[in-house]
Ligand binder design. Sequence first.
Ligand SMILES: *Cc1c(COP(=O)(O)O)cnc(C)c1O
Length: 393
Amino acid sequence: MQTDNKNTGIATKCVHSGEITNNQGSPHTPIYNSTTFTFSTTNDLLDVIDGRKPGSLYTRYGMNLSIKGLEEKMAQLEHAEAALVFSSGIAAEAATFLALGRKGIVCVGDAYGGTIELLNIQLRSLGIPVHFLLEPEEQQLENILQSGIGLVFFETPTNPSIKIYDIPAISALAKKYNTPVAIDNTFATPINQNPLLLGADIVVHSATKYLGGHSDITAGAVMGSKDLIAQIVPWRKNLGQMPAPETASLLSRSIKSLVVRVQYQNNSALRIATTLEKHPKVKRVLYPGLPSFSGYELAKKQMKGFGGMMTIEIDGGYEETMKFADSLKIFRIAPSLGGAESLCTQPVTTTHHGLPEEELQIRGITPSMIRLSIGLEDTDDLIADLNQALQRI
Ligand SMILES: *Cc1c(COP(=O)(O)O)cnc(C)c1O
């Protein structure tokens, strides 16, 4: 039995959707760690292979209840007809790009470093046309759509400059040209933003971040209509991008607490951003929930919460900013985000390390920037930690 929670709130969905609970009274799906599933007769096997009966068959195909249950939960979180789980966020993006973007992909705004590398090097090497539209070139989107491409892709908020892109406006423009829109919703999470309800066609997630939430799972997901998801299925299957059932089970477990974690992180981040904004050694705080932030009005329109990610600019150069990061005691230096542990990273030393000066300028990235991922510690402790590190520069 699988619980039907289509009409419940999102917290109930996080806990109960997709859980298969007919096993000895277990409140969640057991781990089906089998690679293959057996049949009593050849006809039973053929019924499953030909789709006449639902059933498990082979784990790499996704025909395993630990994976199917997680996908049902994920689909409901993003108000999607269907979802696919992957071995990483970049695996989810790669399969989506290859399935839907072979006629060409346009990436609007800045994106995760790995995504840019995949688009710029691997996909271009296959002959797939790739366009990057960085500010102020976004106006050219319609020209590119007119020339005929396969997929529009973007992040919002973006990494690391937290820029907000207008999901309904870009989706409406792409719809005019029958081009699907895929959004990387990793930073916002399904709790703070639901791109499919705002007009987008596909959502991708690095579940390694907030969905996993404890810095111990590498996984990804894609959500969308049955038709679009069906086009991605064979790519996932034959590129072999399936997570282990143990990982899928751990991810289902983590999603049960997603609402509690994200709401706590939203509240904590807003208080921290408001406090830092007044600090004399902080030049700028980029956070969608601050009325002083350029993307605030748009964020308020399309987000339900402002998230746990912010970027601050220190009043100092590269050395002072490094000293600030090195002086933090609770925040750890690491390139990831979305976990229980607060993390910080200086984009010029990690996500954007080694990019030429003019490329950094186009992307609006300076050596004084620090990206903060607010974890689940006491907000007062985090503020005290940031204050003592700021005093050292
Ligand atoms: C981390 C990240 C990815 C890649 O996810 P992996 O799980 O590391 O493969 C993609 N997009 C964004 C926004 C990310 O933060």
